[in-house]
Design a protein around this ligand. Sequence first.
Ligand code: PLP
Length: 392
Amino acid sequence: MTATAFLHSGRYGAHGLGGCYAPETLMQPLLDLEAAFVAALEDPDFQRELQAELRTFVGRPTPLTPAPRLARELGIAEVWLKREDLAHTGAHKINNALAQALLARRMGREEVIAETGAGQHGVACAAACARLGLRCTVYMGEVDMARQAPNVARMRLFGAEVAPVSAGSRTLKEAVNEALRAWAGNCHRAHYILGSALGPHPFPLLVRTFQSVIGREARAQVLEAAGRLPEAVVACAGGGSNGLGLMVPFLDDAVRLVAAEAGGHGTDPGQHAARVGPGRIGVLHGCRSLLLQDEAGWTSDTASISAGLDYPSLGPELAALCLDGRVEALRATDAEALEGARRLCRTEGILPALESSHGLAVLGRLGARSVLLGLSGRGDKDLSTYQAALGA
Ligand SMILES: *Cc1c(COP(=O)(O)O)cnc(C)c1O
């Protein structure tokens, strides 16, 4: 398949965020990827296989859990939790990883390249590739490999190769650079599975489309359980994939949409990862979006207790929804997120991922009577952080 023009603009909102800022060598693979994606969505065989894998391998639909004891403590009438923590491998990442791995196989690719920060996306890709019989190489910064050793072990058990990245700060930003470089060198045999609604078009579109299963299920589940829509829909925002996945099916409804960003441990540059407000429009990793940068345009350092939210840019579609006023962005500090996690543990017996805890932390501030929260992942991976911080 050789495409010669994109079918979708890949631009979002009044500021034209998104786009495709990729090296010349990647343009044809990106054009072909969009064409394959559009064709797959319209192919009943692809849809049938995707639905079957989501049901029998991923464990969908994930439950919608009422949280009455949490609601009472927060002074909210109703809180509903969309339980992506119960999806296979422990977070929403598997929805996208599995769907893109199916797309890769359909395109005749034998190998998958991925990047990972905390390791959740890498584990999801490694699992999906094992399931589908694809070779998998995951690029990961050396610092993250040391911090997230159990996830490195999980990826290797699933047969993936974990490639250490030693450039720069040796974390996610450099891992993305390295994965893009590896893909450019091998794009006829390999597919690159990007882990969030980021990167050059068509990746943001692919990822939010495959993740929107979260919101489609949740919308139907909450209508059935409560008989009406919630006043507010809340999710944490790293790159924006679980947030968009939950919110996109509610865009045309009269509900408040809220993204919780990482407020870290301070408001100065380098102390947080809140892009809405302090961020300015710039280009990173192939797309134009809100970006934490200094006066000269250098990407700023970020800080967050949660690795999954610790990224200097926000995906272009979610950033556009924030700039255009449809999505409200709130911040939760490290301390507030820890408190949110402790409250959910004690009231409902659910250990949330540190990322999801940022969503929990803003619930009480909304003044809403009923809230749907996307619980993006489980907290087993964060146990040592919780122990150190909460003295558990
Ligand atoms: C990766 C991750 C996130 C952040 O990524 P998004 O693309 O913003 O969803 C949030 N929660 C969990 C559990 C994650 O693993």
